[in-house]
Design a protein around this ligand. Sequence first.
Ligand code: DLL
Length: 432
Amino acid sequence: MYWNPNIECMPLEDLKALQYRELKTLVNNLYSFNQFYHDRMRAQNVHPDDINCLEDISKLPFMYKQDLRDNYPTKMFSVPNNQIVRYHVSSGTTGKPTLVGYTENDLGYWTEALARSLTSIGIGRDDTLQVSYGYGLFTGGLGLHYGAEKVGATVLPTGTGNTERQIELMMDLGVTAIACTPSYLIHLGDVAKKMGVDIRRDTKLRKAILGAEPWSESMRQHIEESMGIKAYDIYGTSEQAGPMFTECEERKGIHVAGDIMYVEIIDPETGESLGPGQKGEMVVTMLKKEAIPMIRYRIKDVTTLMEEECECGRTSPRISRITGRTDDMLIIRGINVFPSQIEYTLLQIPQVGDQYMIYVTREGALDNMLLQVEIRPEAFSDKVEDMIKLRAHIESELKKYLNIAVAVELKAPGELPRFEGKAKRVIDKRMI
Ligand code: DLL
């Protein structure tokens, strides 16, 4: 089943011709009307006239998350404020978040991408989809919500948390599919077991749409075998719009709507383009985005591009499972956290010294973060109550700025390791 067969099954040459036309218009417009892109292109000595085929895209400058941050909140916006109909916010690399804005058309293309994706995994009118991604500033909840409504599915907007109630509703309402992080689904399975609920026997759940964090084939197998469901990978980032692209029923890579997003794979060290099948850093150009246009945005996710036609009949290019990132962003329970954000938050607390260690572990299905923090000599006290108070204060500051619960352990001055070379402050012990 296709949502938009004319586009999804368009011959690859036609798709490339369409992408070139869209790129040419985009570059012309941005060079003429967008100060940021105009300056970037001038600095790289490239003019719209230099773009004469799709491959010429490699002449254009890259754009980075840092650019969004530097232009926070709305300096990157390409339309007047009265055309913005929604904001979402995701983590930045320091205390400052990344703000994304959408015009009505931007929301339309986001929903269109999801409608194609959901249809490709057989979700439609007969389904009840439980959306257990966070609603609010995170793009997961509202994104899946509108995509599912578009294909006529019934949405159960549970959001995250309150797992026992989620399981009861899943049973009562005959939920057939769930969208959440893979780790949350495993947690939900554990809670169900404790409640005496067998997902396979006691619910109608048959499909899961899992993403927002890295997961593996073995995790897929574990989920499918323990719950008797089929699990599909969904990918997207807030800068692109939010969750957008999924695998199809074949599950041999994530289909990317080529009319909406153009994907390049580059060598992260040299910036050189790599061919299909070669693993590298993904760079995306959003061909239709209005509020925050995006040319050659370096997402930092590592993957490979596949151009051969899929057995499902779709010609749209596919990317393989995201295997990692080229920067140090951690994903904790689906929330993006940069170590530099933690450092930034700690530096605002006068009693805290400049040494810290971050430990990330996975207990059952849930990620946990432990932060060891050295206290300044003048703030160090052997009164236990003072130290407990200080610890609680640091934990609440971290919660406020990072939006995740971090357990803090205070260390005496000089107690934490010093590094001679590059500091290794993050120990990620999660085994997927
Ligand atoms: O995580 C959007 C999303 C919501 C995707 C729900 C899927 C489902 P951000 O918060 O901006 O947006 O985080 C984007 O998360 O650059 C990847 O590193 C990671 N990521 C997202 N999906 C996957 C996936 C949302 N399927 C960042 N596999 C991205 C691996 C993923 N990593």
